[in-house]
Structures are given as structure tokens and as C-alpha cells.
Write a protein that binds this ligand. Structure first.
Ligand SMILES: CC(C)(COP(=O)(O)OP(=O)(O)OC[C@H]1O[C@@H](n2cnc3c(N)ncnc32)[C@H](O)[C@@H]1OP(=O)(O)O)[C@@H](O)C(=O)NCCC(=O)NCCS
Length: 168
């Protein structure tokens, strides 16, 4: 699936995107993923799905999302937007892609963890209807911090239109 929104292209991530993904990763997280972790999402994992958002004029990647399916659940592993592009709806567009993925794969819920101090991300997830289902003590390091476990239950098809399911 490849489509354009707000003059950006959203497409499945490829190994060739690694360097630009790593640049965003390193400025977005206090304890970034290693190249090896990103590579394993891009190549080795049959149940992994990842997308990038690209500025076609400059041919630059400006955001990405990594997710992994496990049984009937999709785990949202990572999402990041390059600092200069934040607050322009790109995070929302990527989450809409996540919802489209759960819908296409027939999965029942999305789960994720987020640092308790990460207010932009917490607000983004809550805006989409994610609910808090637990607290993971000391889940994050550098700095050590608790993680909030959030979950989104995918509405059944008859309810999707009624609740304005953004993945349709
Ligand atoms: C979290 C992140 C992906 C949001 O991306 P974004 O493109 O800036 O988000 P959007 O512009 O689509 O914003 C959507 C909603 O998110 C929330 N939000 C995003 N940034 C926010 C901020 N700085 N302060 C408060 N709320 C914020 C708001 O609810 C916003 O809706 P609104 O514009 O109606 O208020 C981005 O801040 C980021 O990459 N952060 C670093 C990486 C990270 O923390 N990822 C999450 C790991 S769990």
C-alpha cells in the first residue's frame, strides 16, 4: 500500500531507509533502538509491519512506525516523527495507518507501552481512544521510568462506521 497525504508519501519501510530512520530514532528517544533492532523489524520478522512517511520533494524520510502482530493483537513497537515535522498531523496519519493494518489483518486489539512522562505521545494515543490497562514499573531505562500499558480494542465491523473508525 502506498498513498499520499498532505503531500507526503506513506509506504512500507525498506532496508534502504535504515540510515534515515536511525537519524530520526536517535533524536527522538532517550534510549534509542540500535541499527540491529531496526534491521530485524525491516527484514527478519514475518509478522512485522512498518511504514515510513517521506517528503517526496526532498526524498527524505520524516517519520516511521513499527508494529508486530502476535496472535490476534498488534503491538505498536515504535512511532516517531522528525522534530521539525511534529504537530502537523503526521503522527495521527501514521496511527490511522496502524488502524488500517489491524483492520486489514483482522486483528482484535492494539497494545503499546509509553513512558509516563511522554505527554505528546500519551495525548496522541488517548485522542485515538487508547485506554490505560496497566503500569509497568521500571519498564524503561536511561532514565529509568515506569511505562503505561495502553490498549485499543478494535470495534466490530458494524460499529466501525458509527464510531468513525479512522482505519477505514
Ligand atoms: C508522539 C509523536 C509521534 C507525535 O507526532 P506528531 O506528528 O507531532 O503528532 P500530531 O501532529 O499528529 O498530533 C496529534 C495529537 O497528538 C497530541 N500531541 C502531539 N504532540 C503534542 C505536544 N507536543 N503536546 C501535546 N499534545 C501533543 C495532540 O493530542 C495532537 O492532537 P491536536 O493537534 O488536536 O492537539 C511525536 O511527538 C514524536 O515523534 N515524539 C518522539 C518519539 C515518541 O515519543 N514516540 C512515541 C513513543 S511511545
Amino acid at each position: 500500500m502506498t498513498f499520499t497525504q498532505k503531500n507526503l508519501e506513506y509506504a512500507p519501510a525498506k532496508l534502504a531507509d535504515l540510515e534515515q530512520i536511525m537519524m530520526i530514532e536517535r533524536v527522538s528517544f532517550p534510549y534509542p533502538w540500535t541499527e540491529g533492532m531496526v534491521v530485524s523489524e525491516l527484514c527478519d520478522a514475518p509478522f512485522s509491519f512498518s511504514y515510513v512517511a517521506r517528503d517526496p520533494e526532498k526524498n527524505r524520510i520524516i517519520a516511521y512506525v513499527f508494529m508486530r502482530a502476535l496472535f490476534d493483537e498488534l503491538h505498536l513497537l515504535s512511532i516517531a516523527v522528525a522534530p521539525a515535522w511534529r504537530r502537523q498531523g503526521i503522527g495521527e496519519a501514521l496511527l490511522a495507518l496502524v488502524l488500517k493494518t489491524v483492520h486489514e489483518k483482522g486483528l482484535k486489539r492494539i497494545s503499546l507501552e509509553v513512558r509516563v512522562s511522554n505527554l505528546p505521545a500519551c495525548k496522541l494515543y488517548r485522542k485515538f481512544g487508547f485506554k490505560e490497562v496497566g503500569l509497568r514499573r521500571g519498564y524503561y531505562c536511561k532514565p529509568t521510568e515506569n511505562g503505561l500499558a495502553l490498549q485499543y480494542e478494535v470495534p466490530t465491523p458494524p460499529l466501525m462506521k458509527a464510531v468513525g473508525f479512522p482505519g477505514l
